[in-house]
Design a protein around this ligand. Structure first.
Ligand SMILES: *[C@@H]1O[C@H](CO)[C@@H](O)[C@H](O)[C@H]1NC(C)=O
Ligand SMILES: *[C@@H]1O[C@H](CO)[C@@H](O)[C@H](O)[C@H]1NC(C)=O
Ligand SMILES: *[C@@H]1O[C@H](CO)[C@@H](O)[C@H](O)[C@H]1NC(C)=O
Ligand SMILES: *[C@@H]1O[C@H](CO)[C@@H](O)[C@H](O)[C@H]1NC(C)=O
Ligand SMILES: *[C@@H]1O[C@H](CO)[C@@H](O)[C@H](O)[C@H]1NC(C)=O
Ligand SMILES: *[C@@H]1O[C@H](CO)[C@@H](O)[C@H](O)[C@H]1NC(C)=O
Length: 394
């Protein structure tokens, strides 16, 4: 069975090869069609703007019935020899399946001996070159059987030019480059973020640690120097699992009234933050707790910031889509007029072991974003390459 199947495949291949190796030759066709196109000799047409009106019909000096097997007509825009020089992809071949002279279709119509006319606006993608118009007549087997053209046999008379819209192409070029660069950068950024959410990433944490050490000034406020004067309550219960992008956290905060009045006299603003519990900081340097607050990475997700008020503060926050899966608590910082932290309050105890909740990230969505981003990037790189290739061919 397998041998026979293999034999069939080989036969099929040979058949296909044989089918392409014979075919219609241009030199075998009779010039029985009269074709006239509106452009005058040497006229310059603008691609995307100017029109060509082509009329064609059977040359009545041929014996009647010569056209009895003509079924369809295809009218084409063809390169003059001057625009074929050194361009193999426009080369004239007598074998019509290989011929590249007439690669731009103008119109196809059922055959009629007379009264045929078509007006065509030169398409935007027609390259700058010198052209003529040729019509082919096809029989019922879709083989070329006759032709007619607007020029002589040497393709030297009655030629016209098309001027491509190069200005527009340059701007497309630029748009394409920007688009491509943008998506590559987006992709890189996306992987960077995803990587940070993943467990093992020594390189990134090293880089971040390095950048931190550059950025952080050697002096600043230490967490250990702050008083816990704020009472903070968040709606999630201990161990509750919240869905990123869906579930809400309501945070309320106020000054702890058991402390002496006036303790809060220099509090100007409040920043409420979502903070990683120790279990979600383990082996993740980029979430590390540091006493120096400028270096601290426990509370990287801002919930809300506002002017300080001793009581009646409440805010409901929908867990953002980009919050990674982890265990969290909520902390509020009071800042003075110099924007330095002066006090804090949090929903957990000092050991950060009580009253913790979890966030479940929308990982399915991230995976699809990943794929979309890769496709987007690949698509634009391919578009760009294709575009340059097309420009080059002109
Ligand atoms: C070409 O034809 C179109 C539609 O037939 C027309 O709107 C346009 O004005 C014509 N252009 C010129 C340059 O004649
Ligand atoms: C029609 O065909 C005859 C004979 O081939 C030729 O001499 C004549 O130039 C043709 N007319 C046109 C308009 O092509
Ligand atoms: C061609 O058109 C003319 C007038 O527009 C008409 O008199 C003639 O019959 C038409 N010829 C054919 C073959 O359709
Ligand atoms: C969260 O809050 C938004 C707007 O306040 C609301 O539309 C949404 O239904 C809430 N989600 C849940 C899970 O309660
Ligand atoms: C308020 O502060 C006092 C004294 O520091 C403390 O014992 C108490 O637990 C605090 N209240 C709350 C709700 O944090
Ligand atoms: C807090 O709100 C209650 C009622 O909602 C009001 O009576 C009280 O004056 C408010 N306190 C402050 C400090 O705004």
């Amino acid at each position: 069975m397998e041998v026979s199947a293999g034999f069939q495949v080989v036969s099929l291949l040979l058949f296909c090869f044989a089918a392409t190796s014979h075919g219609v030759y241009f030199s075998s066709l009779k010039e029985t069609l009269e074709v006239i196109a509106s452009p005058t000799n040497g006229q310059v047409l603008k691609a995307g703007e100017d029109n060509i009106t082509v009329t064609w019909g059977f040359n009545q000096t041929w014996p009647a019935g010569t056209d009895s097997d003509y079924k369809t007509i295809k009218v084409k825009l063809c390169y003059a020899p001057i625009s074929q020089k050194d361009r193999k992809w426009r080369k004239t071949e007598d074998h019509l399946k290989k011929d590249k002279t007439c690669s731009h279709k103008i119109v196809a119509r059922p055959y009629a001996a007379s009264n045929n006319s078509f007006t065509w606006t030169v398409e935007r993608d027609i390259p700058s070159a010198t052209y003529f118009v040729r019509a082919f007549a096809f029989n019922a087997q879709e083989e070329e059987v006759a032709y007619g053209q607007t020029t002589d046999a040497h393709k030297s008379t009655n030629l016209f030019k098309v001027q491509a819209i190069t200005g527009r192409h340059v701007s497309l070029d630029i748009a394409s480059v920007c688009f491509s660069a943008f998506s590559v950068v987006t992709l890189a950024g996306f992987f960077y973020k995803e990587k940070r959410n993943s467990d093992d990433n020594k390189k990134i944490s090293t880089v971040i640690g390095y950048l931190d050490s550059i950025a952080a000034t050697s002096h600043g406020v230490s967490f250990s120097s702050l008083k816990e004067t704020l009472e903070v309550i968040a709606s999630p219960t201990n161990g509750q699992v919240l869905k990123a992008g869906e579930d809400n956290i309501t945070v309320t905060w106020r000054f702890n009234q058991t402390l002496s009045a006036g303790t809060d006299s220099d509090y100007k603003t409040i920043k409420v933050k979502l903070c990683y519990a120790p279990i979600s900081q383990k082996d993740r340097k980029w979430r590390k707790t540091e006493d120096l607050l400028k270096k601290d990475k426990s509370c990287t997700h801002k919930i809300v910031a506002g002017p300080y008020a001793a009581s009646n503060n409440s805010f409901t926050w929908t867990v953002k889509r980009d919050i990674p899966s982890a265990t969290y608590f909520v902390r509020a910082y009071a800042l003075n007029a110099q924007e330095e932290e002066v006090a804090y309050g949090q929903t957990t105890n000092a050991q950060k072991s009580t009253n913790l909740f979890e966030v479940q990230a929308i990982t399915g969505r991230h995976a699809s974003l990943d794929i979309a981003s890769i496709c987007f990037s690949a698509f634009s790189v391919v578009s760009l390459a294709g575009f340059f290739y097309m420009e080059k061919r002109k």
